[in-house]
Write a protein that binds this ligand. Structure first.
Ligand SMILES: C[S@@+](CC[C@H](N)C(=O)[O-])C[C@H]1O[C@@H](n2cnc3c(N)ncnc32)[C@H](O)[C@@H]1O
Length: 216
């Protein structure tokens, strides 16, 4: 049984996809997707030997060692020209690491990115759309009391507004998500020291703007 967090990602793949999961660790989602025939090809990779070993063990336990390729190394550098990978899955990493990984020649072969970052979605949206992708889906949910966002990027060009970069062109219409953004700002304001007036002002302005979004 996959966690709600990992399960949420599986619906963004299809049978034609040739996928690399970068930072696979336990490789649980990859095993699931291959087992249920959701993708055409799957390579899993991790920069840390211990993490990859865990994945390899799980893959062996599921009798999939001849189907899922496992590679040790940094990001897209584990690929070769023969791999013909067109889809990237990255989950559980910070935005800066994700951007470092995508800054690689093999990005030119990629048609789709399925991303579940730990932070800084605005930075990710700005970077990934600047290298020839558009945002085709976004999802907000809570699993085990923790908030998650999935963003799907596919090939294309499109201009986004600052608000769309910050809160997501699809998520700005999601009232539950916008309310959670308001709630987190209200919480921060309640604990700001009195000498941080400018931060209070910024957060209050954002709350006002978010409240307008929610009441549209
Ligand atoms: C928190 S785990 C997430 C595992 C899994 N993707 C998930 O969502 O449950 C992050 C993994 O990314 C790996 N990692 C970090 N930087 C990496 C890089 N540049 N290339 C490949 N793997 C990396 C780490 O070793 C770690 O196993």
């Amino acid at each position: 049984m996959l966690s709600k967090r990992l399960q949420s990602l599986t619906k963004y793949f299809n049978k034609e996809d040739n996928v690399i999961d970068i930072g696979c660790d336990h490789a649980l989602i990859d095993i699931y997707m291959v087992k249920y025939n959701l993708v055409n090809k799957m390579i899993v990779s991790d920069i840390h030997e211990g993490a990859l070993k865990q994945g390899i063990n799980n893959i062996k336990l599921n009798h999939l060692k001849d189907v899922i390729e496992c590679r040790l190394g940094d990001g897209l550098n584990v690929l070769t020209d023969d791999d013909k990978i067109d889809t990237i899955l990255i989950s559980g990493m910070g935005a800066s690491t994700i951007i470092d990984i995508l800054n690689n020649k093999y990005i030119n072969n990629i048609n789709k990115l399925v991303i579940q970052s730990n932070n800084d979605y605005e930075k990710l949206r700005r970077y990934i759309t600047s290298i020839g992708f558009i945002i085709t889906n976004e999802e907000y949910f809570i699993d085990n009391g923790k908030k998650y966002i999935n963003i799907i990027f596919e090939r294309g060009t499109k201009e986004y507004t600052d608000i769309e970069y910050q809160f997501g062109p699809i998520l700005i219409n999601n009232k539950e998500y916008i309310q959670s953004e308001i709630d987190s700002r209200v919480k921060i304001i309640s604990s700001i020291p009195s000498d941080k007036e400018s931060l209070r002002l910024t957060l209050n302005n954002e709350i006002k703007m978010l409240s307008e979004l929610i009441s549209r």
